[in-house]
Design a protein around this ligand. Structure first.
Ligand code: B12
Length: 521
């Protein structure tokens, strides 16, 4: 096998809710999470290859990198497509062949006609196929479709975390499982990763934690699973080993992940997650409307009282981060008040409320296509105008959504949810002492938010509430997060929704045929 210089480039994200760009500045970081897909791919490439990673969210792509490279490998989500095309053009301008992979090429290969190789699906067990398809120079175009079936997670190599400049990232990430047993109509996970959760061995997971720990990273670590508890038996074997590993290594990490709502019905599993060092969990709550949950086949959320479930998880010691959706076909204009009343009673500071969007490869996409309601491809951005004709009158949907988001991330409502969380959250095992970087972030936040910031009154009130509970670092973390969520809503989301509304008004006006001018007799 010939030695090659492979340049792995992670495309830029636009500013988004999940990007936390305004918060990152306060903690002196450039990105919230590393490009785990490319790091995992890098570990599969031939050992004699030289590999360089350039994450455009933390650094710029230099001509020197392109001059050094023999080939460019890039990959990402639909929301990164614009930057992916720039990477392809840049690579070609240095006469380099470019291969693309990851979620966006996997679900929408037709978007990458400019790439030399479009790799769909998981890379494990398919590196030879990729190497055979890689041309010496640009100009050809091959699509490598995902094979039927999915690779065993036991062959996933320890990602090349050593390629990262870890000082640039707020969190690290590992993946324990792929796939989800549920079949929500709007989600493409089953299409991409299957509905039988595949898991790594506990030894694989501990090896990855060891690799990250040896790099000196201390802090939050995201288990990027679609559903961490998809395989109950396996995860119950993993958790005690995680707890022991944390104990042996001085509890270097606070874990967070994604899980289905039925976690609330398993107190032993909840307890084991908290003991292992989990501090928060992202849950797809979606909506308090039973009709909508039924319609979108989120049946697991109908089997329990959502409020009770959220409070049970919170009391157990896990902060709930919630995903919510408005714009289901069964939603009337009362859905905004329904969501608002529900959210006002929940201890959920980070509530990601989006409008239903149709992702390629989902059952929702297929249904809307059959109904002739699809408009255009979606970047997966649920915070923009729907990419299909909604059942609710669209201006009412956008106005209602803007009203809900304006309230949700008003300082009063946001800090109110942070206080509710403090009041109801259960205790967690003590973690390590703060790093110097974390002390720096604390001081910067006190100055920029507590002294100079427009939300300082809320900030000090929250800290005063947290102090007697020994939860100061959590209150500061919520204040940092709040800076992004409040500013992104005010400075980006609401103006964008206003523009979309104005656009619809023009469309409606232009659609009305000019009435023949009536000449008064
Ligand atoms: C972690 C994660 C996030 C993190 C960010 C991660 C990051 N890198 O910054 C957070 C929480 C911030 C996030 C946010 C969003 N996310 Co997200 N996220 C994920 C999640 C859960 C895991 C991704 C991951 O790390 N996987 C682990 C790695 C190992 O897998 P992988 O990336 O697929 O890579 C493998 C292969 O694809 C391949 N491969 C990857 N790259 C390349 C390149 C080449 C050249 C080759 C050959 C192969 C290859 O090899 C790897 C090993 O097999 C996925 C779901 C999933 N299970 O993948 C959703 C997912 C990627 N997210 C999605 C979406 C829509 C979003 C949002 C747009 C949601 C929103 N509306 O705001 C935001 C946008 C991001 C932002 N900054 O705003 C969608 C993307 C859909 C699409 N087709 O593009 C996914 C698939 C979830 C879904 N339900 O559909 N997300």
């Amino acid at each position: 096998m010939q030695q090659m210089n492979a340049l792995l480039i992670y495309p830029r994200f636009p500013i988004t809710y999940w990007g936390f760009q305004h918060g990152l500045r306060l903690i002196g970081k450039q990105a919230s999470l590393p490009p785990l897909g490319l790091l995992t791919l890098a570990a599969l490439l031939p050992g004699q290859w030289h590999i360089r990673l350039v994450d455009l969210n933390v650094t710029a792509l230099r001509d020197d990198d392109l001059r050094w490279a023999d080939i460019v490998l890039t990959g990402g989500m639909l929301i990164q497509v614009e930057s992916m095309h720039e990477v392809i053009a840049r690579g070609h301008s240095f006469d380099l062949p470019v291969a693309v992979g990851g979620p966006a090429p996997t679900t929408s290969p037709e978007l990458f006609g400019d790439a030399d190789v479009v790799f769909r699906g998981e890379a494990e067990g398919r590196i030879d196929e990729l190497l055979r398809a890689l041309p010496q120079s640009p100009g050809s175009h091959r699509v490598l479709d995902a094979p039927a079936g999915f690779p065993d997670m036991k062959i996933v190599a320890v990602p090349r975390f050593d390629l990262l400049d870890i000082s640039k990232y707020a969190s690290m990430s590992v993946q324990y499982s792929r796939g989800c047993p549920f079949r929500c109509e709007f989600c493409d996970i089953v299409a991409i990763f299957g509905h039988i959760p595949r898991v790594k061995t506990p030894e694989q997971v501990l090896a990855e934690l060891g690799a990250i720990s040896r790099l000196g990273f201390r802090g939050t670590l995201f288990f990027v699973d679609d559903n961490f508890i998809g395989n109950r038996l396996a995860v119950k074997r993993l958790l005690p080993m995680l707890r022991e590993w944390q104990r042996m290594h001085g509890r270097p990490f606070e874990f967070y992940t994604e899980a289905s709502m039925d976690l609330a019905a398993d107190p032993r599993l909840l307890g084991a997650m908290v003991d292992a060092g989990f501090s928060s969990v992202f849950v797809g709550v979606e909506t308090p409307s039973a009709k909508a949950l039924e319609q979108t086949r989120k049946l697991q959320n109908l089997r329990l009282d959502l409020s009770e479930a959220i409070n049970r998880i919170t009391r157990a010691g896990l902060e709930v981060m919630g995903g919510f959706i408005v714009g289901f076909d069964s939603d009337g204009e009362d859905v905004f008040a329904l969501q608002r009343d529900f959210l006002a009673r929940q201890p959920i500071p980070l509530a990601m409320v989006g409008m239903l969007t149709a992702l390629p490869g989902t059952d929702l996409w297929r249904r809307l296509e059959a109904e002739g309601r699809l408009r255009e491809r979606s970047s997966g951005d649920q915070f923009a105008r729907p990419n299909f004709v909604p059942a609710m009158e669209e201006r009412a949907l956008l106005r209602g959504y803007a009203g809900l988001m304006g309230w949700l991330y008003s300082p009063e409502a946001y800090y109110g949810r942070c206080e509710a969380y403090l009041d109801r959250s259960g205790s967690r095992p003590k973690t390590r002492l703060p790093t110097l970087g974390e002390v720096g972030a604390l001081l910067r936040t006190i100055w920029h938010v507590g002294v100079l910031g427009p939300r300082r009154r809320h900030f000090w009130r929250l800290l005063a509430r947290a102090a007697p509970r020994g939860r100061m670092h959590q209150a500061v973390a919520h204040a940092i997060q709040g800076e992004h969520l409040v500013r992104y809503t005010r400075e980006f989301l609401l103006p964008r929704l206003e523009r979309a509304l104005a656009g619809i008004r023009t469309e409606v006006r232009d659609a009305v045929p000019a009435l023949p001018r009536v000449v008064a007799r």
